[in-house]
Write a protein that binds this ligand. Sequence first.
Ligand code: TXA
Ligand code: MG
Length: 311
Amino acid sequence: MSQARILPYDEHAIAEAARLIAAGRPVAMPTETVYGLAADATRGDAVAAIYAAKGRPSFNPLIVHVLDLAAADAIADLPAAARKLAEAFWPGPLTLVAPLNPGAPIAALATAGLPTVALRSPAHPAMRDLLQALGRPLAAPSANASGTISPTRAQHVARSLGTAIDLIVDAGPTAVGLESTIVSVSDGGLNLLRPGPITAEQLTDITGLSVSTDTSDTITAPGQLAQHYAPSKPVRLDATEARPDEWLIGFGAIAGNASLSASGDTAEAAARLFDLLHQADATAAPRIAVAPVPDTGLGVAINDRLRRAAA
Ligand code: TXA
Ligand code: MG
């Protein structure tokens, strides 16, 4: 296949994206977290095309993107706590896992046949324009080949999936840079399946519920596979200086070859994390080292991704 077209985000790009998706083809779209590979969530053939492009094991369920809470209500049976979270954090980087309504028109392949569904209302105007244009939910995992680093720029998508898809809509680097927080909500409470931009403290503040972190269940959270975010080279964590064969990703006082955040700001570090892992992967150095990042605020999600990159 030829190389994907890259169109800057505008009305024409959204019209092209909508046309391709209506034809059952996946399109790479910017979101505020990472670029996603979007397809019609109601069509099994369209969802299958996502798995095919990513080379993803077909038992991994995908996140279904919706415009708002009303659209989510048509798909899932949202417990009261989930509604509160949606009202507080949507549109935004929070994914809610809740029971799928038996009659919902979601392709079984999108949920990998699970009785639950992962829902998110994205904040990025490009993804929202596309949802509005199509008037239907979009399944969208991160737009990278399975097991590789998530893309925060159109060029990352082009390198990873450029020959597997038709179109990449380019809106520049993503603002958040880390995938959404995933929380499973039941009447019993909240279970954090993937740490992310919305912290456990924020989830508790809104719901008054404590948050468990039982990520050991690989049946309900197969995306937790340890090697999910791996660069192609060995990664050493908590490095205070570079060894001779290493390219060092710095943080705070540790400058490195490039820094996640010279001022030690974890939000800036999150936005730059995957970009620097891509950069490090592309250098001649055979190994990557990463300076310590504090395990507070967004640092929890950053360290989660770094541990996976190093696994
Ligand atoms: O920020 C994001 O969430 C990005 C952008 C594109 O929206 N999307 C993303 O999707 O990271 P993906 O497919 O790479 O991650 C999906 C995660 C996986 O860990 C998957 O296992 C989990 O969501 N997931 C999906 N449905 C689930 C379900 N029913 N139960 C538990 N986990 C689920
Ligand atoms: Mg992913």
